[in-house]
Design a protein around this ligand. Structure first.
Ligand code: NAD
Length: 396
C-alpha cells in the first residue's frame, strides 16, 4: 500500500507521473461511449497495444460495445517503490475492474509484443482460456524494436527523407512557436523506422496465430495508419514514419490474402484522425497542427477523440456484419472528416498566421495541453487531486 498526492511532472512531450483516479475516470468515460454498440457480436478479440490511444479504445469498444472477451498486449511501467505507474497501466487496471463487473474476461500481457516469447505466451493464453479469435487489432506505437531473430535493436526516427525540412512547431517546454530544422534521415534510419513501425511484426502475429489455428472463420484484422495534410507531409507521410506506414498498408494486402485462404478472413489498414496521444505528441510539427485542427473541427461540430473514432470504425466498417468502405488504395478512412476540403482550407489559412502570441486565440493550444495532461490522468473533471491516492494497483 502506498498512498500519495500525485502532481504532474511534465518535460516537453513526456510526463513522468500519472494519476490512477484520473486514468480510471478517463477509461470509465470512454467505456460509456462504447455502450452505443449492440453489446454482442464478438467472442474473442486480441488487441496488440491495448493500454492507451487507439488500442485502448479498440479494447473498450470490443468489450463494452460488442461483448468480447479480450486479451491485450502492452508495454507499461508498473508502480514501484512508491512511484506511480505509467498511465497505460492505470488505464488497464480500471479496465480490468470494469471487465469483472461486466462478467467479461480481460487478460493483459505487459511485455514486449515484438518478441517470440510474448507471442507464445499469448497463444498459450488463447488456447487455454479463450478459444479462436474473431478480431486482431494491431495498434503499436514504439520508438524501438528488438529483432526477435537476431537481437538487433532497431530505432524509429521522425525525420524527412531526402531533404532537410524547415517548419513551424511548438516548443512544448516553453509553449512558444518556433522554427525547427530537421535534417533528412539516413538510409539506415529509413530502414530501421520501417522495421519498427511497418507491418513486419503484424505479419508475424497473424502467421503465429494461423499456425496455432487460433483464427476463427471470418476473422478480421486491422492496423492503424495516418496520412494527414500538406503541412505535416515532409515530417509525416513523406518522411520516415510515412515510409513505415506504406509498408504497413502493403502488409494489409498480404495478410488479407493469407487470412482469406486460411479462414475466409480479411485484414485492413484504417487511416485515423490526428489526435493527442503519447505517440503523436512526440512528433515535431504535429502538436501545432493538432491545436489548429481541434479548433477548426470543434467549430464545425465534427471533432472526435480516439473513442469516437473507433466506435465509428466498428459501427460502419469492421464490426460484425459490416462491409468496410475503402478508398482507391484499399484503406478504411476514418480520417475522412479531418481531410474534408473545408476543414483543410481553414487550416491552410490559419497555419501561416500561427505565432506564440496567438497560440491560444488562433490555435487553441489549450486543447492540446489539456488533452496531453488527460492522457496521464491529470485535469480530469471530478477528480480531487489534493487527496492522497493508492499508487499500487494490479492488472487482475
Ligand atoms: P499510443 O502511444 O497511445 O499507444 C501505443 C501502444 O503500444 C500502447 O498500448 C503501448 O503500451 C504499446 N506498445 C508500445 N511498444 C510496445 C511493445 N514493445 N510491446 C507491447 N506494447 C507496446 O499510440 P497511438 O497514437 O494510439 O498509436 C497507435 C497506432 O495508431 C499507431 O500505429 C499510430 O501510428 C496510429 N495512429 C495514430 C494517430 C494519432 O494521431 N495519434 C493517428 C492515426 C494513426
Amino acid at each position: 500500500m502506498a498512498e500519495m498526492v500525485i502532481e504532474p511532472r511534465i518535460r516537453g512531450f513526456l510526463c513522468l507521473t500519472s494519476h490512477p483516479e484520473g486514468c480510471a475516470a478517463n477509461v470509465r468515460a470512454q467505456a460509456e461511449l462504447a455502450k452505443a454498440g449492440p453489446g454482442t457480436g464478438l467472442k474473442n478479440v486480441l488487441v496488440i497495444g491495448s493500454s492507451t490511444g487507439f488500442g485502448l479504445s479498440s479494447l473498450l469498444t470490443s468489450m463494452f460495445g460488442y461483448g468480447a472477451d479480450v486479451l491485450g498486449i502492452c508495454f507499461e511501467k508498473p508502480p514501484a517503490d512508491n512511484k506511480p505507474a505509467s498511465p497505460g497501466y492505470y488505464n488497464l487496471a480500471e479496465a480490468h475492474v470494469m471487465a469483472k463487473e461486466a462478467g467479461r474476461r480481460l487478460e493483459t500481457i505487459n511485455a514486449d509484443a515484438f518478441s517470440h516469447e510474448v507471442k507464445a505466451q499469448a497463444i498459450a493464453a488463447l488456447k487455454e482460456r479463450y478459444g479462436k479469435i474473431d478480431m486482431v487489432v494491431y495498434s503499436l506505437a514504439s520508438p524501438k524494436r528488438k529483432d526477435p531473430n537476431s537481437d538487433t535493436l532497431w530505432s524509429s526516427v521522425l525525420k524527412p527523407v531526402d531533404k532537410l525540412h524547415v517548419s513551424k512547431t511548438v516548443d512544448l517546454r516553453h509553449e512558444v512557436v518556433e522554427e525547427i530544422t530537421i535534417p533528412p534521415a539516413s538510409e539506415q534510419e529509413v530502414f530501421e523506422t520501417e522495421r519498427v513501425m511497418g507491418g513486419d511484426d503484424w505479419k508475424m502475429w497473424i502467421e503465429a496465430l494461423r499456425d496455432a489455428d487460433l483464427l476463427a472463420e471470418g476473422c478480421r484484422s486491422v492496423a492503424y495508419s495516418y496520412i494527414g495534410p500538406q503541412v505535416t507531409y515532409p515530417i509525416y507521410r513523406s518522411g520516415t514514419i510515412g515510409g513505415a506506414k506504406e509498408h504497413l498498408e502493403a502488409t494489409a494486402k498480404d495478410l488479407s490474402a493469407l487470412m482469406a485462404e486460411h479462414c475466409k478472413g480479411e485484414a485492413w489498414v484504417s487511416v485515423n484522425k490526428a489526435l493527442v496521444t503519447q505517440a503523436s505528441s512526440a512528433i515535431p510539427v504535429v502538436p501545432l497542427y493538432i491545436s489548429i485542427l481541434y479548433k477548426v473541427m470543434k467549430a464545425a461540430g465534427n471533432h472526435e477523440e480516439t473513442m469516437e473514432q473507433i466506435v465509428r470504425l466498428f459501427r460502419d466498417h469492421i464490426g460484425p456484419g459490416q462491409t468496410p468502405t475503402l478508398d482507391d488504395k484499399g484503406r478504411i478512412r476514418v480520417d475522412d472528416w479531418e481531410m474534408l476540403p473545408e476543414i483543410q482550407a481553414q487550416i491552410e489559412e490559419l497555419w501561416p498566421q500561427a505565432s506564440t502570441e496567438n497560440l491560444e486565440d488562433l490555435c487553441e493550444f489549450s486543447a492540446f495541453r489539456t488533452g496531453f495532461r488527460r492522457l496521464f490522468g491529470f485535469e480530469v473533471p471530478g477528480v480531487d487531486y489534493s487527496k492522497p491516492t493508492e499508487v499500487m494497483r494490479e492488472l487482475v
